[in-house]
Structures are given as C-alpha cells and as structure tokens.
Design a protein around this ligand. Structure first.
Ligand SMILES: NC(=O)c1ccc[n+]([C@@H]2O[C@H](COP(=O)([O-])OP(=O)(O)OC[C@H]3O[C@@H](n4cnc5c(N)ncnc54)[C@H](OP(=O)(O)O)[C@@H]3O)[C@@H](O)[C@H]2O)c1
Length: 333
C-alpha cells in the first residue's frame, strides 16, 4: 500500500512509499482510509522540530475511513462502519494533564497518511452522520485542541469578548466556531486582510492584522477589553494581550509558533488577577464531549482544499507557506 513516510530525501524529507499493508492485531481494527487531513504538527515533524521523531514512520494524525477487518477480542459489528480516529495515545490517569507515555498518532506510531492503518479499537468513534468524510477527517486533532483550550480551560460563555489569533490556522478556526456556538463575541487576528474578512463573514465581530504595529490599540478600540484570548503564536505579541484583558480575564495558549515573549507585565497580571493557561490536546473524555458539542451545534471544519494522496507533498508545502484558509484534506479512497 501507499504511505507518506518521513525519509532521508535531501529536499522533501518525506516520500510516498510502497509499504506492507498492516494487519489488525488483538484489540485493533484495520481501517481502509478514505480521507486524512494535515496539522501544523506534520510540517513541524518534516522540519525535525518535534520530540520522539522516528524515521520511516507514516505521518498523519487525522483521518476517516471504513473498518475493513478486526483482530481478536474485537466485536465484528465494527466491520463496515465509517469511523474517525481519536489521535490521543496513552493520555494516562490524570484528566488534567497527559502522562509521560503520552503520544499523538502519526509519529512515533504509524499515522493516517496511508491507504490503511491499524489502531486500537478504543480510538474509534463512528463518523458523525452530518459530516462528510472530508470534514470528519479534518476534525480530530484540531477539534480536540480547540475544545480543551476554548471550552474547558477558556470556559467560554455567552457574551464573552474573545480574541482568537491567527485565524488562518486550523485549530484557531475551530476555536472560533466553538466560541460562536457558545454565544461569545469573537474578534480575530491574521497576517492577511482577506482572512479577516472571511472570518467576519463567518460570524466574527471584527479583526486586526497582527502585522500592523497598532493592532492592540485597534483591538482595544473595537472591544473595550477582552475576557478571553485563545492563542497559538506567542512571540512578542503575547505581551500585548495583558493590557487588553478585562480584570480576571484568561489567556489560553496551545502553541508558540512565533517564539517566546520578550517581556511580561507581571504587575498587571497579579493586580488584575489575569490567568495565563497552557493547553495541549485534550483527554479522551474531552474528545467524546467535543464530538457531541460539534454534533449539537452542527459544526464542520472549514476545508481549504482536497487533493489526492499522490499530491500530498504539495499540501505540506502549502501548510508551510500558510496561505490556506481551512484544513488541507487528502482524499485517499
Ligand atoms: N499544544 C497542542 O496540543 C497543539 C495542538 C495543535 C496545534 N498546536 C500548535 O499550534 C500552532 C497552530 O497549529 P495549526 O495546526 O492550527 O497550524 P496552521 O493551520 O498552520 O495555522 C498556523 C497559523 O498561525 C498563524 N500565525 C503565524 N504567525 C502568527 C503570529 N505572529 N501571530 C498570530 N498568528 C500567527 C497564522 O495565521 P494567519 O494565516 O491568519 O496569519 C497561521 O495560519 C502550531 O504551532 C502547532 O504546533 C499545538
């Protein structure tokens, strides 16, 4: 079967290879993949910027497919069902934080950018009927990350004034959809004017370009102060969130794409009782809750484009360039 693996190719570092089809071992299901989707994690792994990287591993954390076979100790009723995969592996016993053996599907274990994958049966959920195969494939990792950050740590609620940064991002868009579904007022940031307009068309109140030197001043004028920030960029811009917060406001961040902040106004943080909360993925119960939340509010990930598995390397290049608005989906069947 075809699989996209991390190799020693001098330029691309990834190649579509012919590899043995996996088999479903005890407790596992063999899934014939129909669609998969990229996350920035996949591009970070290609660039070697991720822990536990295993060469000649099939990449990909997100996907949707049909159960073709099951191993011992698995109910045969799963065969023929269309499923999505929870990318969490070994979260551990503490719901508040993942344990030391925690991993994410798609390195170091073989992932979804392949014609087949074998995974433990407890990772599977039936595809929500209201989603297309492509939409379902695009939901798991981004949906879980956005749900924990926005709905759990962020506890977003009706009328909260929320900033979601980098709205071109896959997780950021789901966070915006979740916050809007909760009745919050959402502002966004982006490096591209067109993406701001697209977010406004989807329900955001307004937006600012983070490349504009005055973005924080403009945002203060528009919002009068924020209850919640959901960020994945970090960098020097992170320091400016502090002045934008309402007393007792919360800044939740799940990435640091732009690096570290150079300053942090600690006086303001303690005096105004501001919380800075890190967030990573989410536990298995939150994955199930996220699916229920999406189903209740009929939330579907925004899809930028769908291309065949043979063209998957171009999707990595698009992810790196950051031009997309929505998930980059790979059609496999
Ligand atoms: N901790 C976790 O569990 C977890 C889970 C998922 C993702 N992440 C991390 O979160 C980040 C986003 O992941 P993703 O898959 O959503 O990536 P993505 O789809 O590639 O989105 C990245 C977005 O970051 C925005 N961005 C870049 N520089 C920025 C800056 N200086 N200020 C504000 N926004 C900026 C861009 O938004 P515009 O295009 O609008 O400019 C870009 O679209 C990555 O660093 C990823 O590794 C962490």
């Amino acid at each position: 079967m075809k699989a996209l693996q991390l190799t020693d190719h001098p330029e691309q570092r990834i190649q579509l290879l012919d590899v043995p089809k996996p088999v479903a071992r005890r407790g596992e299901a063999l899934i014939r993949m129909q669609a998969a989707a990229l996350n920035h994690r996949d591009e970070w792994i290609r660039q070697g910027k991720y822990p536990h990287i295993r060469p000649f591993c099939t990449l990909g954390s997100d996907g949707c497919g049909v159960v073709e076979a099951v191993g011992d100790n698995v109910d045969a009723a799963w065969i023929g069902k269309t499923v999505i995969i929870n990318p969490n592996q070994n979260w551990g016993s503490n719901p508040a934080v993942q344990g030391k053996d925690y991993r994410i599907l798609g390195n170091p274990t073989d992932g979804t950018f392949a014609e087949y994958i074998a995974v433990p049966i407890d990772r599977l959920h039936e595809k929500p009927a209201y989603l297309t195969v492509e939409q379902a494939a695009a939901l798991p990792l981004g949906g879980l990350t956005a749900y924990r950050a926005t709905c759990k740590h962020g506890a977003v609620k009706k009328n909260d004034r929320v900033l979601i940064t980098g709205i071109g991002g896959g997780v950021a868009q789901l966070a915006m959809q979740f916050a809007l579904a909760a009745g919050a007022q959402v502002w966004v940031s982006s490096g591209e004017e067109e993406k701001l307009q697209r977010a406004i068309a989807l329900g955001a109140q307004g937006g600012v370009n983070y490349k504009n030197d005055n973005w924080d001043k403009l945002l203060m004028e528009q919002t009068g102060g924020l209850h919640l920030v959901i960020d994945s960029a970090g960098g020097v811009g992170f320091s400016r969130f502090i002045r934008l917060m309402q007393p007792a406001g919360k800044i939740v961040f799940y990435g640091a794409t732009a690096g570290l902040p150079t300053t942090l106004d600690l006086h303001r943080i303690f005096f105004y009782q501001i919380t800075i909360q890190g967030s990573t993925m989410g536990n298995d119960a939150e994955f199930a809750e996220m699916l229920q939340f999406c189903e209740k509010h009929r939330i579907a990930p925004i899809i930028d484009s769908v291309r065949p598995l043979d063209e998957i390397i171009s999707a990595f290049d698009d992810m790196k360039s950051g031009k997309q608005f929505g998930k980059l989906v790979i059609s496999i069947a």
